[in-house]
Write a protein that binds this ligand. Structure first.
Ligand code: AMP
Length: 134
């Protein structure tokens, strides 16, 4: 897509700190590092987000994510990593499907999301509500 920043990076029209490339994805350092080595794995084809990716493409992209994660783990000698993807609003800043690979380090105190306990009844109702959509 002409005005998509990640499409421009894929095409080499704007620079990035690239660490990996294969036929389906490129991976580069996020300009805003949540932790040292924070990497984005970006599909070469433009899809707005995870929901939209064609299944056969998604299989390849997910394998690329694993490949990059393994390389990152080895390069930085990591024992932990968060892998996440933001989809839609709120949360997604760049509307081109990508995965965040966030290295974890002992004592980093990163708490990705706040959480709260639900009652057993609330959990039961929520599970029923979601299950009914399949
Ligand atoms: P989100 O869409 O919320 O998953 O976030 C998009 C991510 O892309 C943010 O973490 C940004 O720091 C990162 N980002 C945006 N532009 C660039 C760029 N030109 N190079 C590297 N990372 C970028």
């Amino acid at each position: 897509m002409a005005d998509c920043i990640f499409c421009k990076i894929v095409k080499g029209e704007i620079p990035c700190y690239k660490i990996y490339e294969d036929p389906h994805c490129i991976a580069f350092l996020d300009i805003n590092q949540v932790s040292e080595g924070h990497t984005l794995v970006v599909s070469k084809d433009h899809y707005e987000n995870f929901f939209d990716v064609k299944p056969d493409v998604l299989q390849k992209v997910v394998l690329s994510v694993q490949n990059v994660a393994l390389g990152l783990r080895k390069a930085l000698n990591l024992s932990g990593m968060n892998i996440s993807t933001n989809n839609g609003t709120p949360g997604q800043e760049v509307p081109h499907v990508h995965f965040h690979l966030i290295p974890r380090f002992a004592g980093d105190n990163l708490v990705p999301w706040p959480s709260e306990l639900m009652t057993a009844d609330e959990l039961k109702k929520m599970a029923e509500r979601i299950r009914s959509r399949f």
